[in-house]
Design a protein around this ligand. Structure first.
Ligand code: CP
Length: 324
């Protein structure tokens, strides 16, 4: 509810977060994941209020540094920071001196000299966020590094499923498509298993990473048997920008074997939920008739939950930094 000052009441605080950075789901213990999901909970209803302004991060500076294109992640980190009262600066590679040849390390040192509190970074190279974290004094949040990890996407996906089903314990989740090039798949497989779900990875052998068996998931190469009885079918984008050579014969053939349409979805549990991190390639990995089904598709809800999760992550790291 808005107060007399026009500001909304802050939702109740959870206990202190353990980590200074959020670089990878593989760094999280169960208690860390539970902490962030619990912290996001009150923000769901808060974000439905007319007044959406808190001052938990007033006086803090958040820099969003995106070396790769983004719609959802960048916009929701910006909104999340502003909702929390932070001063938010957006930088993209096209408008920064990176386009004049400045290195990632020099860019980090330059930004660090301006004393930000939070640095949100997306980069095409795996490990870029971890490298930055060693060079700056503020908290770094990985907003997607190459094929490695996209931790806030996994957190918002887990949060969305838990909100809908009430739990993740024992939930059967099939992550399908271009697993090999997907940081979303890796982060989700690690987080969902950490939270008690049972995860299957489904895709052609050419798009399955060699170490997939170490992700705590079962591997399937046939779509219909791979999603059989699943509670949730999470589709992945076919990431042609990360492919050098012919991983799939054609988009049309990929859709025939692995694209989610009504016919394949019938093999999952009746009423199975459908997810996609976006951006979607309609008619390549997912059919519009499935993506737009209001009864089972969580795709829009995933985007909404992204703001709540990112508010929680920014707040948790800023609080950690303040107490360090
Ligand atoms: N899901 C996701 O990371 O989308 P964007 O690339 O639009 O940020």
């Amino acid at each position: 509810m808005p107060t007399r000052s026009g500001k909304a009441d802050a939702p109740p605080r959870a206990e202190r977060f353990r980590l200074h950075h959020l670089l990878a789901i593989s760094d999280l213990k169960r208690e860390d994941a539970d902490h962030l999901l619990a912290r996001a909970e009150p923000y769901v209803s808060f974000l439905e209020q007319k007044s959406k302004k808190l001052d938990a991060l007033r006086g803090r500076t958040q820099i969003n540094l995106f070396f790769e294109s983004s719609t959802r992640t960048q916009a929701s980190f910006e909104l999340a920071g502003k909702r929390m009262g932070a001063d938010v600066v957006n930088m993209s590679v096209r408008t920064s001196s990176v386009s004049k040849g400045e290195t990632l390390i020099d860019t980090a040192a330059t930004l660090n000299a301006m004393s930000p509190d939070l640095l949100v970074v997306r980069h095409p190279s795996s490990g870029a966020a971890a490298l930055l974290a060693r060079k700056v004094s503020c908290s770094v949040i990985n907003a997607g590094d190459g094929q490695h990890e996209h931790p806030t996407q996994a957190l918002l996906d887990a949060f969305t499923i838990r909100q809908r089903l009430g739990t993740l314990e024992g939930v059967e989740i099939a992550i399908c498509g271009d697993v090999m090039h997907s940081r979303v798949a890796r982060s989700n497989a690690l987080l969902l298993t950490l939270l008690g779900a049972s995860v299957r990875l489904v895709g052609p052998p050419t798009l399955m990473p060699a170490d997939a068996d170490r992700w705590g998931a079962r591997v399937h190469h046939d779509m219909k048997s791979g999603i059989a009885g699943a509670d949730v079918v999470m589709m992945l984008r076919l990431q042609t920008e990360r492919m050098q050579g012919g991983y799939v014969p054609s988009a049309r053939e990929f859709f025939w074997f692995y694209g989610l349409d009504e016919d394949k979805l019938k093999h999952a549990k009746p009423g199975a939920l459908v997810m996609h991190p976006g951006p979607m390639n309609r008619g390549v990995e997912i059919d519009s008739a499935v993506a737009d089904r209001v009864d089972v598709s969580l795709i829009e809800r995933q985007v909404r939950m992204g703001v709540a999760i990112r508010m929680a992550v920014l707040e948790a790291l800023a609080e950690h930094g303040a107490n360090a």
